[in-house]
Ligand binder design. Sequence first.
Ligand code: NBG
Length: 837
Amino acid sequence: MRKNKLEISDEMKKARLKLSINHYIKYFLGKRTCELTKEEAFYAIALAVREFAMDELYNSMARYNSRKSTKRIYYLSIEYLIGRSLENNLHNLGLYNVLKDIKLDGFPDFSLEEIFDTEYDPALGNGGLGRLAACYLDSMASLGIPGFGYGINYQFGLFKQKFENGWQVEQADGWSADSSPWELARADRQVSIPLYGHVETYKDASGKDTFVWTNTHTLYGVPYDFPIVGYNGKAVNYLRLFSAKTDDEFDIDIFNNGGYIEAVEDKIKTESISKVLYPSDAIEAGKALRLSQQYFFVSCAIQDILRRFLEKNNDFDKLPQEVCIQLNDTHPALAIVEMMRLLMDVYGQEWNDAWDIVTKVFAYTNHTLLPEALETWPAKYFARMLPRHLQIIYEINRRFMEFARSKFGENKEKLDKVSIVMGEGDAQIIRMANLSIVGSFSVNGVARIHSDLIKTSLVPEFYELWPEKFSNVTNGITPRRWLLHANTYLASIISDKIGKDWITHLELLEKIADFADDAEFVHKFSKIKKINKDILRQEIFKRSNVAINTKSMFVVQAKRIHEYKRQLMAILQVIGDYLAIIRDHARPICPKTYIFAGKAAPSYTFAKLVIKLINNVASVVNNDSRVGDALKVVFIPDYKVSVAEILIPAADISLQISTAGFEASGTGNMKFALNGALTVGTYDGANIEIREAVGEDNFFLFGLRDEEIKKIRPTYTPRKIYEESEYVKRILNAVNSNMFCEKESPTLFKPIFDELLNRDYFFVLADLEAFNEAMKKAEKSYLNQEEWTKKAIYNVAKMGYFSSDRAVLEYAKNIWHVEVVKDKVPVTDFEEEAKSA
Ligand code: NBG
């Protein structure tokens, strides 16, 4: 008789894992073990580990399904930055040590690290938004919450960043979307998606209008599932990503008449929907492609969600009890409209019933206050591609505006601000944030200040209409990837002192504050920082051929390149230090290495010029013999999760210097602090809460606050600062001279000079001196290494609140109203299986 066993012994796991790896080497790769390359070794191991993940996934699904009612959370996001999975999955499934113990006959002499290093880092995201989604999936699985990610299986994801003569160039990042060992194509779950066509109106027998969307093109969404393995295999959920496929593959008539390209053109056009993340929106076609991507993915998701729900239910009454859909920013906002369409046109619901259901299912997280980042789409795109959706949007807006009028009277200004539809005729646009707020029962920001600003500055009129909808959930990061795996040495001395429970209860880190005076712990802690810095040093040498000094203070700014994040201010401060060295013979208080990483959007010319400036300053400073070790500048190309994992544990200073009021939260700020870096930062985003947690003395705050900026803005004249401050003037003059572009056009950086002098929308000049002072303070503090390490330990100790487990539990309790599914019922008996094999 088969026994159900909760725990399988390591010996059994070992036998099974070994068997599977051998199986994949022989029957999948068709190789002899001794001939394996590192990439093939990775592949075989990953496929074998996936079996364990799948078993746990079936277990988790069985557990969710065995209950009378299980509410599922669907997280819809246009980006996911899940990072490499093998090491993570090995740890989380308890297979890491098991694998280490396995000896395969003839297996080449590769270390596990070398094998991990060959894994492709899936570039299915751009920045914080995508990484947050990945951290939340990790936490949901680790907590046992039935939460699933939905998105697009981009063939090329975001671009690969290279530098050519200091300029960013973009290359396609073929991360192998259809050959990752983790993904499982689910052809059986393919969905069809109508597009284009027109709407015809009929009267039904009762005289009621019915709408038929007809003459459409059909494309197909094929799901690919990635197992998301929770810590300790508590639950395995999945991330379901859709690839676009079409069946009008190939037109033989066109081909036979010589149209070799045209014969597959339709196919190429349709499938381009899942080719790249954020196609350039500088041209109309790119913009329209983005909208079709968003529709494609939400249609796939909503059809899949409704199908699953209908497997257990005959009507939609219980949908809000069983389904909650979290919109990660506005990119998936069309899901609201798509669900309305499906409920009415496919399932025959009346408008009122459908709307009642929809508005109990959707919750919206806003991730930006930048007005230009709040998505809008020309109504004419809808008219052409999604005519039925446009009708539904007009009707949602008509009904909503009636309600708004009942509250605001004829206050035109307020009514204009809340309307989903704006403008007339060809210029008419649809505002996705307004649609998201109207269609959701919950709207949250991602840090305290951000959530407050949503209510007071971004959409105060909506707050007036529905104060109860608005809340805050400060972002969080997963301790598994960002400490346990990224910084194994630090993780292990922490566990030695306080045990391992911090991995799932990060607030327990608080206990290590007690060891800030323990000489041995302090010594170990600082030694680990040195080791991590040395690992980064080697990596930088390999990638950029720059030699850096690990005794210098590592000052790191790693994030998307954007004017509001002010990488420009950081490099101006570097120039200030450089000028002090060469003109005043004044060395910095301590030697420093500035390390930048991040990508600029391909069409963002100014951001790309900032990258060029940083690279040019680096080449001048690094090659000036007068500078030596005192100052170095490095820009690491192609920032991604696997780079972050090396970079973050090595940082001494984390630069979080956005213009106050612009950074919604930041999550890099949390990762750096968790790894013992001290922040030099503005009063913005989650910096504010981090500073409160770690204490004012362990955080270098500077700069104007949001309310000050709002006050000054109308009369702000940056030229005055330039004229009055010698410090600012000489830096800007250097930028405008040929100092950093000697062999190139002498006016190369003039656009930067002009922008700063004439406009300076992001208050770089206003904050530059304060920033420099904060840096000097940090440098002074760094001279006393013992004190510094204590501050670093406090930073680590106080980061408990910033765990994504806490954030996800807040969503679960206050927004999703979902329970953690605890009971564990195994369906597979590995022991029996391993024996019989
Ligand atoms: C980003 C914000 C960050 C924030 C992440 C995750 C977008 C649109 N927004 O401040 O800029 O940490 O979202 O919430 O990418």
